[in-house]
Design a protein around this ligand. Structure first.
Ligand code: ASP
Length: 323
């Protein structure tokens, strides 16, 4: 039990901390808006589209949905939307989620036949009392909202699946060396509204029904306008177990920069997982609510696309382990 004296000491200390917090939150941050970042180099084409929306005064939500629609409808991108590699049964199942600065969020998981799961996730957020719809229910909702049912399995993806079937060796790891996985995107618009999205066909040759980190709020994506946002790519099972994006945002909330937050989360992940982390890839991308960006991965190879002041650039992220 605390004595009254102890309690007074504690509450005085707390009010000093509270005051420091208030002073800190009043310090004006240098705003870099608008800015958009996304995972991997194929994010560049998505950024270009998102940038057009941001630059003409559009909202971050409109920008990110338009941006990620580019790889979602590109049949050559085998990790997102149309042309995504299927699961081991030959079914293309998509995961996506979206979140805004007011912590509104929506998500779809294991959605088939719809090219733009990110746009469906947005409607889950805006038009339903729920956060997440899966499988048949997500498809029914998408069709009710006017989305068209399409075959997402391209001849090229089908051929790759048939090739895989010859041995049917199931390695539960994305081929991260190819550097072209999930697209996660964070954008800050001219009114400093932050939003994020994450969309993927998930791991190739996964078990039917497998859901990765990408549609899970807090794992593949987290946004809080009071602080910033984060998104991920890499082996979803690993990101889920550390609630990766939420962990990054909370590290920023405690005062770390976007870069330091990503590094702290990867280091803590590696410390907890040790040998079990070897050979796996975990990639984090973050942006604070002033537009400062950070990125870090467990293994080499992670790159991200950034667009600021109309300049589009691909940057290499720093990493923890050499191999
Ligand atoms: N995170 C995705 C998943 O596990 C895949 C990736 O980004 O590489 O489904």
């Amino acid at each position: 039990m605390l004595s009254r004296k102890d309690f007074i000491k504690l509450t005085t200390a707390a009010s000093v901390v509270g005051l420091a917090g208030k002073l800190q939150s009043k310090t004006p941050l240098k705003k870099k808006a608008p800015v958009v970042v996304s995972t991997w180099d194929f994010g560049l084409a998505a950024n270009e589209t998102a940038w057009k929306v941001l630059n003409s005064g559009g909202s971050s939500l409109d920008a990110i949905v338009a941006g990620v629609a580019v790889p979602e409808s590109d049949p050559k991108v085998n990790t997102v939307g149309l042309g995504g590699f299927p699961d081991r049964d030959g079914r293309v199942t998509l995961d996506a989620c979206i979140m805004d600065e007011q912590i509104n969020c929506g998500s779809v998981a294991c959605l088939e036949y719809i090219v733009h799961p990110a746009a469906v996730a947005r409607l889950v957020m805006e038009k339903t009392p729920h956060v997440m719809l899966t499988g048949e229910g997500a498809l029914r909702f998408a069709l009710e909202q006017g989305f068209k049912k399409e075959n997402l399995l391209t001849p090229q993806a089908e051929a790759a699946w048939k090739e895989w079937l010859k041995k049917a060796e199931y390695e539960p790891q994305p081929n991260w060396e190819l550097n072209h996985d999930t697209i996660g995107m964070l954008a800050l618009d001219q009114q400093s509204r932050l939003a994020g999205v994450c969309t993927t066909s998930g791991m190739a040759w996964k078990m039917h029904g497998r859901v990765g980190d990408s549609p899970i709020i807090g794992a593949g994506l987290y946004v809080d306008g009071e602080v910033g946002g984060a998104t991920c790519s890499g082996l979803g099972e690993e990101m889920i177990r550390i609630a990766a994006s939420h962990s990054v945002v909370e590290a920023m909330r405690s005062g770390k920069s976007a870069q330091a937050a990503c590094e702290a989360v990867i280091k803590r992940y590696y410390k907890r997982r040790g040998d079990k982390a070897h050979g796996k890839q975990v990639c984090l991308l973050a942006m604070d609510n002033a537009g400062n960006v950070g990125a870090f991965s467990l293994m080499p190879g992670f790159v991200y696309s950034i667009t600021c002041e109309g300049k589009h650039e691909v940057r290499k992220a720093k990493f923890l382990l050499d191999k």
